[in-house]
Design a protein around this ligand. Structure first.
Ligand SMILES: Nc1ncnc2c1ncn2[C@@H]1O[C@H](COP(=O)(O)OP(=O)(O)OP(=O)(O)O)[C@@H](O)[C@H]1O
Ligand SMILES: [Mg+2]
Length: 268
């Protein structure tokens, strides 16, 4: 049994919190576990400390993403694959989890194609076509390499930086990277740990959704959660058994997610 868990940047302080670490240790002993992480807010913070203001674009589907020019891509790679990834890996090892940090660049774990153009919708509702910058659409996962790492008893920790077709770095969304890793590994489940219990609609936690219901709801969901539901849909379409969105700040958050305790579960 394999679970892919995405650790949201929203719940990362310095590395991962102790309840996640305990749970990773327990689950990695019993079954296989592969981690992917986010960290967009930290990238924004450090970029701005470096004097590089970050801008965001909204697609016609309402999905918000970072506008990634070359300098932003460099900072994104440094922070994601450097600082954040290594903090997680060192914390896990401190608690005796055999963790290995990788980005999508390493061994071509995440291959992507550069988006040539983006459609950006302004505050006035007008659409503009802009250069795609260094954002990528994921095309392939090197599942063989991940399987080899898993079979050695390691927990891979993957940063969402992909390798482009011209060997350039590309910014890919962490939730979608987790979905593709789960799809590539034919994982039983993908779990998104974040700072809320799951999808909230009309102030209530939605416990279950079918793939079709999830797809229909996406336009009504706010920034952050919309990408998780989209990634959940993509994971199910790639054959992952179930997608679970759960709080990563509660006790034993991965075990809770596996037992569907107080979270949003999306299935076919
Ligand atoms: N309908 C909704 N239900 C629940 N949360 C929502 C909803 N709409 C928007 N959100 C927001 O989505 C956020 C979670 O996504 P966000 O991208 O901020 O975190 P993350 O994915 O854990 O971090 P990162 O993107 O850095 O990995 C919540 O904190 C909440 O504010
Ligand atoms: Mg997010």
């Amino acid at each position: 049994m394999l679970s892919v868990v995405k650790i949201g940047g929203s719940i990362l302080g310095k590395g991962v919190n102790s309840s996640i670490v305990d749970d990773v240790k327990k689950i990695a002993d019993e079954q296989s576990l592969s981690l992917v992480h986010g960290g967009g807010d930290e990238v924004t913070k450090i970029a701005e400390r470096l004097g590089k203001k970050q801008t965001f674009v909204v697609s016609p589907e309402g999905i918000r993403s970072r506008y990634t020019d070359r300098e932003t891509m460099e900072i994104f790679a440094m922070v994601m694959a450097g600082k954040i990834n290594k903090e997680i890996v060192s914390t896990l090892q401190r608690f005796a989890v055999r963790a290995i940090g990788l980005s999508g660049i390493d061994g071509g774990i995440i291959r992507a194609e550069r988006k040539k153009k983006l459609v950006s919708v302004g505050n006035d509702g007008r659409r503009r076509i802009i250069d795609g910058g260094y954002t990528g659409r994921i095309t392939a996962i090197n599942e063989g390499l991940l399987q080899a790492i898993l079979s050695e008893g390691y927990v891979p920790v993957v940063a969402p930086v992909a390798l482009g077709s011209e060997y350039e770095f590309l910014n890919v969304d962490g939730d979608r990277a987790a979905a593709y890793v789960a799809g590539g590994l034919k994982s039983s489940r993908v779990i998104f740990l974040t700072n809320v219990h799951g999808l909230i609609i009309d102030e209530k936690l939605v416990p279950n959704l079918t793939l079709r219901e999830a797809k229909e709801l996406i336009p009504r969901i706010g920034y952050g959660m919309d990408k998780k539901v989209l990634a959940a849909v993509e994971a199910l379409q790639m054959g992952v058994g179930e997608a679970i969105i759960c709080s990563g700040t509660a006790e034993n958050p991965i075990s809770s997610a596996i037992s569907h305790d107080h979270c949003t579960v999306i299935t076919l």
